[in-house]
Ligand binder design. Structure first.
Ligand code: PAN
Ligand code: ZN
Length: 181
């Protein structure tokens, strides 16, 4: 068997030669966090999250699937937990599955009217992101929050809408507890 292109997904890692890695540092997340002063005071090179992905077909292919592993590190910008940028899919009707494998956090889901739903993430929780729904992972714990995800290869990512108006609710640390505000 040819193992050259084999992909392994275990122990919280996605490995193999076809796997891509992207890192998002504080400096890449301008405008995402609410507290601008706190944002300016954090080392811009601080790693907030990384995504390992396996894209077996060309981006935009109809009928294919992509696979990802997202790892969000623990941390705060002011009182706001480290989180992913969040996005709608460019083909906005496309859905996605996420499942948590490590850590604790919240999957924030927001529909096009701005209604927000928060689902608790802990190892074993499964999250269905319906179409027309923006999604973001928030790490409310003290360890890395890791989740696998699978989405259609023609979904694409639309970060513009979130950059413009954000999510209507945020997950903040209030009196030492994760609170949706
Ligand atoms: C995931 C996300 C990943 C990073 O693979 O892309 O968690 O989040 P952002 O893309 O919002 O930075 C996914 O939802 N793919 O569709
Ligand atoms: Zn997505």
């Amino acid at each position: 068997m040819d193992t050259k292109d084999q992909v392994l997904f275990f122990e919280g890692k996605l490995q193999g030669s076809p796997v891509h890695n992207i890192q998002r540092k504080v400096k890449d997340l301008e405008g995402i966090f609410q507290d601008q002063e706190a944002y300016q005071n954090i080392d811009p090179e601080t790693l907030v999250y990384e995504v390992f992905s396996y894209l077996p077909v060309k981006e935009g292919t109809e009928g294919g699937l992509f696979f990802g592993l997202s790892r969000v590190f623990p941390g705060l910008v002011g009182n706001e937990y480290f989180m992913t940028k969040g996005h709608f899919h460019s083909k906005i009707d496309r859905g996605e599955f996420y499942w948590c494998i490590e850590g604790h956090g919240i999957m924030l889901l927001m529909d096009m009217e701005g209604n927000t739903k928060a689902e608790e993430m802990s190892p074993g929780t499964l999250h269905y992101v319906p179409g027309y729904t923006a999604h973001r992972m928030v790490n409310t714990g003290s360890e890395t929050l890791a989740a696998g995800a699978c989405w259609p290869s023609d979904a694409g990512h639309d970060y513009e809408k979130i950059a413009r108006s954000g999510f209507t609710r945020k997950v903040m640390k209030v009196n030492n507890r994760a609170t949706l505000v």
